[in-house]
Design a protein around this ligand. Structure first.
Ligand SMILES: *Cc1c(COP(=O)(O)O)cnc(C)c1O
Length: 390
């Protein structure tokens, strides 16, 4: 049955994804079930998305209630869920206003457009540039691809929109040299997730903040993957001694329902006027109800505390595995660094052991389990990875 599905997929889908040979039909907490009833411990969560667990009852109930009550009206009208979500997110982030998008790329598009408007109003039409970092990832739309510091991915779709450039991560001198009168914003991830789960140093990030202040350019944090509790803080910059002017969210915000957000300081958000930016689906009542339920789950179950405790536990257990030479990352966004370049093979072997992880680098295995993972489940995950490594 599942083999038939693979052949149908190969015949009818654009072949942009090299999928693992498994068909999932159901999820429950940290567990996923395939069509044959086999159970898998999900330590990837659809790439840091399903943070409060598969089939989360609170999220499911909120979505079911909202979808039958009121699914969509457009942003021509008011809905309470969107306003409440904006109130809660801005309060948690220490920012003032929100614009809701549909995913990470469209949240970043909103941030780029906001930065361009802000630059234009502040310094005129030649202030539009966004400087990001090498090995970054900001999305797959043309503009967010232009901001993504991966030349191999960019070259395939040339010409990309102008106004983007990248400098080496961690090199303050290079950033200092690149920031000029054309610069509107600097865009960073605090942990370069797709870049191999590489955390940027705290003192570097603080120095970037200082540089942005001195040169009067915006600091935008792409918190699409590292935000929403993943690092053990609500947002990944918290605890690192600096604050952004603009931040973007998506992945875990709706626990699998598509929602993104761009948050900004009030003075910056004011650069958008009526009609400057819009989306049909963004901030709809169903996805906002899902996100509100996610916030309730994180708060009421102290999932930030659990993320920190399970992070320490997992990092220690992973570091002790034979074939692992180190662990990097923050919170529950971790990479086990292998002694050999065999991550793709280990991912396949882990699947056979009933464990979902991914090869974020040829020598690095990414783990991003649900924030709800228990100590016992974390041990089980490491046991399964150990068997895969053998
Ligand atoms: C996944 C990701 C994006 C893109 O999000 P999509 O929802 O796939 O558009 C942007 N930035 C970061 C840091 C991401 O991890």
């Amino acid at each position: 049955m599942t083999e038939g599905l693979f052949a149908r997929e190969a015949a009818v889908l654009m072949q942009t994804y090299r999928r693992q040979p498994v068909e999932f039909v159901r999820g429950d907490g940290v567990w996923l079930f395939d069509a044959a009833g086999n159970r898998y411990l999900d330590c990837l969560t659809g790439l840091a998305v399903v943070s409060v667990g598969h089939g989360n009852p609170r999220v499911a109930a909120a979505v079911a209630d909202q979808v039958s009550r009121l699914t969509h009206v457009s942003n021509l009208y008011y809905t309470g869920q969107q306003v409440e979500l904006a109130e809660r997110l801005t309060a948690l982030a220490g920012l003032d206003r929100a614009f809701f998008a549909n995913c990470g790329a469209t949240a970043n598009e909103a941030a780029v457009k906001l930065a361009r408007r802000w630059g234009q109003l502040r310094r005129g039409p030649s202030c539009y540039e966004v400087i990001s970092l090498e090995d970054s990832f900001h999305g797959r739309t043309l503009a967010t691809l232009a901001a993504t510091g991966q030349p191999g991915k960019q070259a395939l779709f040339a010409p990309l929109p102008p106004g983007f450039r990248q400098v080496a991560a961690g090199d303050l001198g290079a950033l200092d040299a690149a920031v000029g009168t054309a610069t509107a914003a600097v865009l960073v991830e605090t942990v370069q997730a797709e870049g191999g789960v590489v955390p940027l140093a705290e003192d570097y990030l603080q120095a970037v903040r200082d540089l942005c202040n001195e040169r009067e350019v915006l600091l935008v944090v792409d918190d699409v993957q590292a935000g929403m509790g993943r690092t053990g803080q609500w947002f990944s910059w918290q605890g690192l001694g600096f604050e952004p002017d603009v931040a973007t969210l998506a992945k875990a915000l709706g626990n699998g329902l598509p929602i993104g957000a761009c948050l900004a300081r009030g003075e910056v958000a004011g650069a958008f006027d009526y009609g400057d930016h819009a989306t049909t689906f963004g901030g709809g009542p169903v996805v906002c109800r899902a996100a509100l339920a996610v916030l309730d789950e994180i708060e009421e179950r102290d999932l930030l505390g659990n993320a920190r405790a399970r992070s320490d536990q997992l990092a220690a257990l992973l570091a002790d595995l034979p074939g692992v030479r180190g662990v990097r990352g923050r919170g529950l966004l971790l990479a086990a660094l292998l002694e050999e370049e065999r991550a793709a093979e280990v991912v396949r072997l882990a699947l056979a052991e009933g464990l979902l992880v991914n090869d974020v680098r040829p020598d690095a295995i990414r783990l991003a389990p649900p924030l709800t993972i228990t100590a016992t489940e974390a041990e089980e995950a490491v046991d399964r990875l150990k068997r895969a490594l053998r």
